[in-house]
Structure formats: C-alpha cells, structure tokens
Ligand binder design. Sequence first.
Ligand SMILES: *Cc1c(COP(=O)(O)O)cnc(C)c1O
Length: 386
Amino acid sequence: MTEDVHTRLIQVGRRHNGAALAPVVSSSSTFELASVAEGREMALSASANRYYSRYGNPTVSDFEEAVAELEGAEAARAFGSGMGAIAAVVLGLCSSGDHIVSQRQIYAGTQMLLQSVCPRMGIDVTFVDGTDAQAWQEAIRPGRTMLLLAETPANPRLDLVDLAALGAIKGPMKVVDSTFATPLSQRPLEHGCDLVLHSVTKFIGGHNDVTLGVVAGSRELIDWVWGFAVLQGAVASPHEAAAGTRGLRTLAVRLERQCESAATIAEALEAEESVTCVRYPGLESHPQHDLAVRQMDLMGGLVTFDLTGGIEAGRTFVESTRICRLATSLGGPETLVTHPASTTHVNLLPDELAAAGITEGTIRMSVGLEDPGDLLADIRGGIAGA
Ligand SMILES: *Cc1c(COP(=O)(O)O)cnc(C)c1O
C-alpha cells in the first residue's frame, strides 16, 4: 500500500470482516474442522486462526495484520497485555546462559521482569544508559548477548534511543518498546531493529478500556515467539483485539491533537517560576531534540516536569488539579498525572530516585483530549495550590 498513513489506518485489519465496517468479534474459542488432515495442519501452523483461539483467532489476526502493516513488518502477534508481549519476547527468545543488554530508563514492569525473573532463569542482564549509543555496543558479550532491549521515548523522563545507531549494531536481536511513539511517530524496523512492541493499552487502544499488547517483526521471529506464546498462554482476547483495531481507526486524530496540546503545555510550563525542568522531545531544551526531529514524526503526548517544592509540592499538585486526574497509565482521552516519588517509586532512596532521573517534585503528565486552555488553567491552579 502506498497511501498516506491516515488512509491506511482506515484500510488495515479488515480481512475477516466480511461486509461489516466495524471490527467483528469472533468469540468462538474453537472451530469446526473439515477433516483430520486440516486439523493436523493447523495444529502445526504458527498462523492458524480457525483452529483453537489460544493458537490464533480471526479477530485477533486482523488486529495483528493491521499492526504489522503499519510497522512495515511481515507479521505480528497480539498478547493479553504489553507485559505479555515483553515476557514472551524475553523468555521465548532467551535461554539459560544467555545475556540481555537493557537500557536503565525503562518501564517498571519490564525492569522487574529483567531484575527478578531473568536471573532465576539463568539469564544475565546488564543495564546501560540508553541515550549512549557507545554503551550499548560496549555491554555486548560476543556469543552470549541475545537481546538488546530499548524503549523510546522512555519512562519517565522521555529519554530517546538513537534507533539508527541501535539498528546498526551487529549480532544480538534489537527489540524496541515503541509504546510512547506508536507506529505513527516512528517505525524502528525501518532503522534495522528486529522487533517492535507496544502496550496497546495506551495510545493505540486510546480509551482506557483495553488491556492488550503486540509485537511485530519478521515472519521467522514472530513464529518463534508464537511457539512460546501458545504455551505461555498470555493470548489476546478477541474482544480486546477488536477494540485495538477500533483504536487504530482514530489513532491519528487523537494523537495529533494530544501532541499539539502537549507542545503547548510544555512551552507554557517552561515559563513557570516554580517549574525547574520540562522534558518534551519537541522542546529545543530537550537534550536530544535533534534526534527527536530526525526519528520521530510526532513528538508524543507525554510531558514530564519538576516542581521546585519537593515531595509536598508534587503531592499537592496531583491532588489539587481537577481536570488532570491522578491515575497511572497514559494515552487515553483524559489527561492523567502521576507523582512517581510518592507512588510508583515510593520505595526508592533519594540517590536511587536521582539515578532513575526522578526528583521528589517530578510530575509525569499524559495529555488528553480536553481543551488545552482549560488544561493550562487547571495546571496553573495545581501549581498555585502546590
Ligand atoms: C504500560 C507499558 C507497558 C506494559 O503494558 P501493559 O499493557 O500494562 O502490560 C510496557 N511498556 C511501556 C512503555 C508502557 O507504558
């Protein structure tokens, strides 16, 4: 397909829809077979979607095809959550004795998988600064490093990984968590990376009503991941997959609006006296702004900033805004704020917080679809309250 991505978002993922325009939910867990031979073929095939729904399902495969097409991939596999996808990639591709290089700036769930589950499986993990292309290269143990695991833009300070530099590294498989960007903003496979994955729960689902994950790449790699996934069992429900496909239909208008509002808010925050540091890839003050312009078509809907008043100011801010709601997650219609120092990272000591790039006054904001003027007024009220 050569059409513009706005057109493609409306065309993709319709193979099993018949005349229906909205995604059709094929809720059957099993399918009648024409013969024993057909059953045998399907039981052995990684792409069977009319056999038994843990193996594959028509509604789920429509969503998978849609994502594969948007990412420029041969195939994709959906999972019951973003963590389901990440766990299947890590545990499906690595064995005892293997080694993984991951960036330090990474989603907390991924970090826990790498820090607590991988060592039990005999898989070693080295954490590096993802913004340092040299550090990735230097951490590789030839013959042992199976995966390089990147996330860009990354939790929580929106640090970026140079996708072209990562893609050029020879040897290990390069896996990119592209949740914050979506395929609309960046396509890691075009830069030579091997797998791209998303928590569909966030921007692609887009309405805070879906828990879903997906990974895309070559047919060979996806079939390999499937071989583990079908036994792991963290499969996508057809209901969630249908909601994922519906999310893709409106992704462009939602994300473009969120990016525009996020840019407006980031600029306004830079002028606020009690805000010390604003992180947004679209701001010239972002330390990797040039890289953002090179590899991202849209700068994203997240803004991270530091309030001067420390832990109290952070807590008061998230409790006194009325339009910006205090909740974890991101990418939905409602603007959400989190205060890592008193919630997700509450167990860390001050120097550990600093190592994670978090201050006591750090706020992470996922900008929603409300009027940006109303949001700014609410944010200024929150800052005044803090
Ligand atoms: C939310 C998130 C995940 C985990 O996805 P779930 O759908 O919650 O399992 C992974 N990576 C990033 C960057 C996320 O934001």
